[in-house]
Design a protein around this ligand. Structure first.
Ligand code: ZN
Length: 186
């Protein structure tokens, strides 16, 4: 990343932190929401060796359209159309019922761009890691396993782009199942 890319990324981090400032993750620790997009960026660089500034900028912004009052125009103006297009590719249509959105993620995974596929996979890795280490307070084991099964279906459509990320995902799913199955049997 050159200095221009870095300042663009920090501008996006600042924007996302501001938009998510009153939101918390639904875990026991009441984690600030912004920790999640930061984690997604960290997974991309650390596990996926992804250093493309547009991908990392879109990753830090990936939940702003879906979960905050951000207008697409704001993102276009500040970060440009390629970043906006990427964010849109990983944004669910909140007007649709939850089960439809979940089905569409599975159906559409293979049709999105390679850049968006990597963001989506890193997002799933981050969410599963949270389920393992710092889960939503109201989720029982069944719900956790359901999420992992669904994420695996989505990930099926995201393969063939970044082997390192895919291996990380598979490893995490394996560990999670082991852990959760044990908990289930107890
Ligand atoms: Zn996310």
């Amino acid at each position: 990343m050159n200095s221009e890319d870095l300042s663009g990324f920090l501008k996006a981090l600042r924007f996302a932190a501001n938009k998510h400032r009153n939101q918390r993750r639904k875990d026991k620790r009441n984690t600030p929401y912004i920790n999640h997009p930061i984690e997604v960026c960290y997974v991309l660089t650390e596990s996926g060796s992804v250093f493309d500034p547009a991908i990392l900028t879109a990753a830090i912004l990936h939940d702003t359209l879906e979960d905050t009052r951000s207008a697409p125009e704001e993102i276009r103006e500040l970060f440009g159309s390629p970043v906006l297009d990427l964010v849109k590719e990983v944004t669910d249509d909140k007007h649709l019922p939850r089960f439809v959105r979940k089905r569409l993620q599975v159906e559409n995974a293979s049709t999105i761009s390679d850049a968006a596929k990597q963001i989506k996979l890193a997002d799933k890795i981050s969410n599963i890691r949270d389920i393992l280490e710092n889960p939503p307070w109201s989720w029982n084991t069944r719900r956790k396993l359901d999420y992992i099964n669904w994420a695996e279906q989505v990930a099926g459509g995201l393969r063939g782009v970044n082997k390192k990320l895919e291996d990380k995902f598979d490893e995490l799913v394996r560990i999670s199942r082991e852990k959760l199955d044990k908990g289930n049997r107890r």
